[in-house]
Write a protein that binds this ligand. Structure first.
Ligand code: ADP
Length: 355
């Protein structure tokens, strides 16, 4: 199988000794939308710049469409990059900004004008074509940046926090446009963001990074349902992590951990030491419900937000855990602070991981 993009054990150490990225492995198929997600400084932009060719690679190789491009300069790679601040030339017109990439490539004038006209039309930018880029709104500038990136017909579009400068409303609108555009064009998108909702809402797969290493590469739903590391369990969604000692297997892919709150059964090999329970996996159940992990506590806090009840349940030893239940259920509405609560968890929604 030939991938659009393949990173093979890619690493970057800056000249001052900062190890920004280590052993990054990734295979991206044609037309995939992949997001790099992680806290500031975890190495997302460095990785994107190495893919673009703006940053030298210390170790490893970058392949595009089966070709080794590790030492190929940016303008000879089948990529285009969109920057957070758009990097538009403020005193050039919209048309000149969009034409820039084609001019760099030495595209003949007639072909250049045809391509620029087509892309300006596609992004509804024609009415502003002759205006200076700095005389336009944030959303319009964002479109110019996209048009400029796409006019050179890249195989892979690289986007570095492209929505970071927009307000929340515009962000949502442009997120939708971006997703539609990507489907329509069928080109590969690699997108860098520190905003969880953006990564989870837009991409086919998310690469979660911390401290220069890849923690997990999974479709968004899988990150929620099956976090692979303690970092992901903490970073994505709202999970409770119970520590314990391994108790071996419980059959068919399930393992068990002995915790201060009882035996936890979950998906795993039985040699892990942590059990991860998503907040929405808890249910309020009558005492003695079978086939569930049972936890006993008291209601510490309750907040009803629309259809969701956000509860804080206090377990023995003053351990407070986050629980999300349907706000419509009568047992949720009638609970008063301090009331005893039995929580049930289906073991199938628990993931066992290594510390
Ligand atoms: P992110 O995009 O996830 O915020 P970066 O890739 O920008 O992270 O940075 C990763 C690490 O590399 C950080 O520790 C950052 O300080 C460091 N770094 C980034 N650029 C340079 C540089 N030019 N020289 C030295 N260190 C750098």
């Amino acid at each position: 199988m030939v991938y659009d993009l393949e990173l093979i054990s890619v690493g970057k150490t800056y000249s001052d000794g900062t190890v920004a990225v280590s052993d990054f492995d990734l295979k991206v198929e044609k037309g995939e939308f992949v997001a790099f997600l992680g806290p500031s400084g975890c190495g997302k932009s460095t990785t994107l710049r190495m893919i673009a060719g703006f940053e030298d690679i210390t170790n490893g190789e970058v392949m595009m469409m089966g070709r080794n491009v590790t030492h190929v300069p940016p303008e000879k790679r089948p990529t285009s990059m969109i920057f957070q601040n758009y990097a538009l030339f403020p005193h050039m017109s919209v048309r000149e900004n969009v034409a820039f990439g084609l001019d760099v490539k030495g595209t003949p004038k007639a072909e250049r004008d045809r391509k620029v006209d087509r892309i300006l039309d596609m992004f509804d930018l024609e009415p502003f074509a002759d205006r200076k880029a700095d005389k336009l709104s944030g959303g319009q500038r964002q479109r110019i940046a996209l048009a400029r990136g796409l006019v050179v017909e890249p195989e892979i579009l690289l986007l570095d926090e492209p929505l970071g400068a927009l307000d929340a409303n515009l962000r949502r609108i442009i997120q939708n446009e971006l997703k539609l555009l990507q489907r329509e064009l069928g080109i590969t998108f690699v997108f860098v963001t520190h905003a969880q909702s953006e990564a989870l809402g837009l991409s086919d797969r998310v690469v979660v990074m911390s401290n220069g290493v890849v923690e997990q590469i999974s479709p968004p739903r899988e990150l929620y349902r099956r976090p692979a590391t303690p970092f992901v369990a903490d970073f994505i969604g709202s999970n409770t992590v119970f520590e314990g000692t391994p108790k071996g297997t419980a059959g068919s892919g399930f393992g068990q951990i002995d915790t201060p709150y009882g035996i936890m059964t979950g998906l795993g090999q039985g040699n892990e030491t942590l059990a991860v329970v998503p907040a929405e996996a808890f249910r309020i159940v009558p005492m003695g419900t079978p086939n569930e992990i049972l936890l006993h506590g008291t209601l510490a806090e309750r907040q009803l937000v629309g259809a969701v009840g956000h509860l804080k349940i206090r377990l023995p030893g003053d351990r407070d855990i986050a629980v999300e239940v349907s706000a419509d259920r009568p047992e949720v509405r009638t609970l008063t602070p301090g009331a005893p609560v039995t929580l049930g968890v289906d073991p199938a929604s628990v993931t066992l991981i290594h510390a």
